[in-house]
Design a protein around this ligand. Structure first.
Ligand SMILES: *[C@@H]1O[C@H](CO)[C@@H](O)[C@H](O)[C@H]1NC(C)=O
Ligand SMILES: *[C@@H]1O[C@H](CO)[C@@H](O)[C@H](O)[C@H]1NC(C)=O
Ligand SMILES: *[C@@H]1O[C@H](CO)[C@@H](O)[C@H](O)[C@H]1NC(C)=O
Ligand SMILES: *[C@@H]1O[C@H](CO)[C@@H](O)[C@H](O)[C@H]1NC(C)=O
Length: 361
């Protein structure tokens, strides 16, 4: 097995300068290998197709520099062509709303439809279709996060065989609210799950302003302060405002290989949680109560953003405080260190992908 690793940042966070930065210099696991270098746009998503094509997205909802102003030709979804080359994906047009991502002539400002606006995640499904999750939200140059307009939050599916959009799912405002922040997505394509046979997608809403969660609320653990590279990490709510502890709720999610269990955790907390997906699909009158009762705390995973599962059923998560990636093994309910390297696995890690050679590990 070899691991490919891509690094990214996803938050505006403050470093408090520590007197003594106690940071673990340990190295463990397979050696890291550079796959792609990001220069001026920081991704929150990376996904790798079965034949090795790689895709990233850049979030205008987190970095105002990425917001398209109609002249800067920015793209928010890319295919990674080589170590340092990329191309707008699936094409430059859909990445370039005429007039930019934000329509300032409305009050309040609104986002355009029919274009990619605020990409937060790119994920390939088990059929190797690329899904682009668009929050429909972008930051203004003074870092105001514009609320989503109806039709802004969308899920776009692209065929890798011809690089064409196959389907665009528009989230109604009763599902993705104006202050929602759609964050991550996983698929269960078993035909018997729904009448349409098209499968089910699970999406997290990591909104800082509104409700967040999957269907149950996932709040950060109160007062939790992570230490990254030995330095305490706080969050700045806005210009001139005091530091607070990390408020982020449910962010990354992942699904077990058989689709039966969904895993997630808050960024502002250490624990890994799971719920049987059957409880999330249930629409009966008591479904919410049953889902809440079925949530399990699987113990400490470390501070992380993205998650991934593999065919062994392991649930991988970043462990930023320890410069590491660990995995949780449901078979023995224990976490195990997978790889550790202070040179490159730090706060900035959000997503990693694995390629299993010949199905062996
Ligand atoms: C601790 O980290 C901060 C932020 O990176 C840096 O400014 C400071 O010099 C570091 N302190 C020591 C003692 O290394
Ligand atoms: C945005 O771009 C400016 C100018 O290139 C740069 O100084 C700034 O650090 C960038 N901000 C982020 C969040 O990358
Ligand atoms: C921006 O919003 C205004 C007011 O709703 C509308 O008339 C105009 O067509 C919008 N611009 C674009 C490019 O959609
Ligand atoms: C692209 O391929 C998909 C199948 O992967 C097909 O459904 C779609 O019609 C094709 N689109 C174009 C524009 O050829």
């Amino acid at each position: 097995m070899y691991a490919t690793l891509l690094l990214s940042t996803s938050l505006l966070l403050a470093w408090a300068s520590g007197q003594n930065n106690v940071s673990d210099p340990g190295v463990a696991g397979p050696p890291l290998e550079i796959v792609h270098l990001y220069y001026d746009q920081w991704p929150t998503g990376i996904t790798v197709s079965k034949d090795g094509r790689k895709f990233s997205n850049y979030p205008p909802g987190l970095d105002a520099n990425i917001t398209n102003d109609g002249t800067n030709d920015k793209y928010t979804t890319a295919e990674l062509m080589g170590t340092s080359t990329e191309r707008p994906y699936p094409n430059a047009e859909i990445n370039n709303p005429p007039g930019g991502s934000i329509n300032y002539s409305t009050s309040p400002a609104t986002n355009y439809q029919n274009y990619l606006i605020g990409m937060q995640s790119v994920v390939l499904d088990p059929l190797d279709r690329l899904w682009i999750l668009d929050t429909g939200r972008a930051l203004t140059p003074d870092a105001t996060l514009v609320p989503a307009s109806p039709g802004g939050p969308i899920l776009v599916s692209v065929s890798l065989s011809n690089d064409s959009v196959i389907q665009t799912i528009i989230f109604p405002p009763t599902v993705a609210y104006a202050d929602s922040y759609l964050n991550d997505i996983r698929f269960d394509l078993r035909a018997e799950l729904t009448e349409s046979g098209g499968g089910v997608a699970y999406i997290t809403d990591s909104s800082l302003e509104g409700r967040n969660g999957i269907i149950i609320e996932v709040r950060s653990e109160r007062g939790f302060v992570p230490y990254i590279w030995g330095v305490p990490l706080y969050y700045i709510p806005g210009p001139g405002q005091p530091l607070t502890t990390t408020p982020l709720g449910a962010d990354g999610i992942t699904i077990s290989a058989d689709g039966s269990e969904l895993y997630w955790g808050p960024v502002g907390g250490l624990n890994l949680y799971s719920v049987p997906t059957e409880r999330l699909r249930d629409q009966s009158p008591n479904s919410e109560l049953l889902a809440q009762a079925a949530v399990q705390n699987r113990g400490q995973r470390g501070v992380s953003d993205g998650f991934e599962t593999d065919t062994n059923g392991y649930v991988y998560a970043g462990n930023m405080e320890q410069n590491a990636i660990s995995f949780y093994n449901p078979a023995n309910a224990s976490p195990t260190l997978f790889v550790m390297d202070p040179r490159s696995i730090g706060w900035i890690l959000v997503r990693f992908t694995f390629s299993f050679l010949h199905g062996s590990e």
